[in-house]
Design a protein around this ligand. Structure first.
Ligand code: HEC
Ligand code: HEC
Ligand code: HEC
Ligand code: HEC
Ligand code: HEC
Ligand code: HEC
Length: 316
């Protein structure tokens, strides 16, 4: 009786071992879909390591709840899984990570190559704006973080208050710029928001999914066949000239710090016209940074409205 029990025990243990090993083996084989001798991982990692996602220090802000959803890769994944948005994240991330492979991809979820799937591509309701949704295919991934935290505020008795050195829509409002919203005036979405499939991803990663996140001229040539750089029809040159002119006017009026590169307002309140000029300038020059490419029409309209407001102020 004694013998028989121990024999059954051994058989049972063997069965467990066999079944266990084969599933472990199967798992190891799927690991090799990614962890192998190709440059599948290293090819992307090399480029990513030199980008702001890979080198920037803004991830350190992820320790605060209000910043975690966009600034910590880990908190971003947790936010998406919980169906939250950056403004509803309740806790900071004590161990913030960069915007890394795990932030954008579902790495180590199923442990198969299906884990290259993007963390999310669902349309993004821009939380700081009323009824505005960014729906740009795979670019929706980017828009979760690259969206404004504020829009131009309502004036009270013709005055805008609450201006600080860090005023403006916050860094990275590119999704709103593409849609033509969040400045002192509204316009329509750019042709690029409507016609470029996968928006941000198509221009900033290109065909080979290059992880430098730098836009490529090749991506433009699909539509602008004779493009040699991003300054198509001289639009970037024109926008830069408007940025310089409006920046000078704002510095001269004493509302923008002389070192305009830093983008720091020097006042805490201003009449609506001047405040809107300041806001639009910060939006285009300091935060969007595409010099018109994301939305040529809206960019020029924002700067022109600013120039007009400053001219109206100077006129007696
Ligand atoms: C979809 C592709 C993919 C699959 C499948 C995959 N990994 Fe990974 N793994 C990655 C990526 C991407 C990284 C991060 C690479 C980096 O930052 O250097 C990583 C990192 C790692 C690391 C380094 C430590 C860490 O966690 O960052 C280990 C160990 C690891 N994987 C083990 C495994 C094992 C074991 C399996 C199978 C059970 C597996 N991986 C399956 C993509 C994959
Ligand atoms: C988890 C949030 C998050 C996601 C998702 C995200 N980004 Fe970013 N991105 C950031 C943050 C934060 C920075 C600034 C990093 C720093 O300065 O440390 C940044 C920086 C950048 C920069 C550099 C800007 C500069 O000033 O040089 C580019 C370009 C960029 N992101 C493009 C993209 C694109 C394209 C996507 C989608 C494929 C994307 N990002 C997805 C948060 C994100
Ligand atoms: C909705 C997402 C989002 C939230 C919330 C957010 N940020 Fe950011 N932040 C970004 C993105 C995207 C960038 C990079 C934009 C770019 O370079 O175009 C950025 C850039 C920055 C930078 C600039 C990094 C540099 O070196 O230029 C600082 C500083 C920063 N954020 C601080 C904060 C702080 C502090 C908070 C919380 C109070 C916060 N952010 C909340 C998305 C966000
Ligand atoms: C800011 C977001 C972001 C980060 C960070 C990021 N990726 Fe990607 N990755 C993308 C996007 C977007 C694509 C294009 C996906 C598509 O076209 O379906 C992509 C595509 C890929 C592909 C091709 C996948 C396929 O299905 O063929 C690989 C491999 C890859 N990434 C690896 C990595 C690795 C490794 C890291 C970390 C070093 C990383 N990625 C970090 C956004 C990101
Ligand atoms: C039509 C192509 C196109 C689309 C779509 C697009 N971008 Fe851009 N983006 C550009 C170009 C071109 C620049 C300017 C590059 C330059 O002048 O060096 C730029 C600039 C930027 C910058 C500033 C980079 C820097 O180094 O200062 C960020 C950040 C950025 N884009 C993010 C995004 C995000 C996020 C999206 C989607 C919401 C997006 N872009 C959609 C083409 C595009
Ligand atoms: C899917 C097609 C498509 C892609 C890809 C594309 N564009 Fe465009 N772009 C358009 C359309 C359509 C217009 C509006 C019609 C026009 O003005 O030519 C436009 C307009 C522009 C304008 C304004 C031109 C003017 O005279 O006012 C600029 C600048 C521009 N694109 C730059 C770029 C850059 C830079 C890239 C690549 C990073 C790019 N585009 C990629 C379709 C595209």
């Amino acid at each position: 009786m004694q013998k028989r029990t121990s024999f059954m025990g051994i058989v049972f243990a063997l069965v467990v071992l066999l079944v266990g090993t084969s599933s472990v083996l199967a798992q190891v084989i799927t690991c090799m879909d990614c962890h192998n001798d190709t440059t599948l991982i290293t090819g992307k990692k090399t480029a990513w390591s030199e980008t702001m996602h890979g080198t920037g220090t803004a991830y350190l802000r992820g320790t605060s709840a209000g910043c975690a959803g966009c600034h910590s890769g880990g908190a971003f994944s947790a936010m998406v899984a919980a169906g939250l948005t950056p403004d509803t994240v309740e806790a900071g991330d004590p161990n913030p990570t960069r915007q890394d492979c795990r932030a954008c991809h579902q790495i180590h979820t199923s442990y198969t190559s299906a884990d290259w799937a993007l963390e999310t591509t669902a349309p993004v309701k821009l939380f700081a704006l009323e009824d505005v949704t960014f729906d740009g295919g795979k670019g929706n991934l980017c828009a979760n973080c690259h969206q404004p935290r504020r829009e131009f505020p309502e004036a009270v008795d013709g005055m805008i208050t609450g201006i600080s050195t860090h005023w403006g829509p916050h860094h990275g409002p590119q999704s709103a710029m593409m849609l033509g919203v969040a400045g002192s005036i509204k316009r329509s979405p750019s042709a690029h928001a409507m016609l470029v499939r996968d928006t941000c991803v198509t221009c900033h990663l290109g065909e080979g999914a290059n992880h430098s996140f730098e836009p490529s001229v090749k991506a433009c040539q699909a539509c602008h066949s004779d493009a040699e750089d991003f300054d198509i029809d001289g639009v970037q040159t024109e926008v830069q000239a408007m940025i310089d002119e409006l920046g000078d006017a704002l510095v001269a009026a004493g509302v923008l710090d002389e070192n305009s590169e830093a983008g720091h307002p020097t006042v805490t309140e201003a009449p609506e016209g001047v405040a809107s000029a300041l806001y639009n300038w910060l939006y285009v020059a300091h935060e969007d940074k595409s010099k018109g490419v994301h939305n040529p029409g809206y960019t020029k309209a924002l700067l022109q409205a600013g120039l007009d407001a400053m001219a109206a102020m100077e006129a007696p």
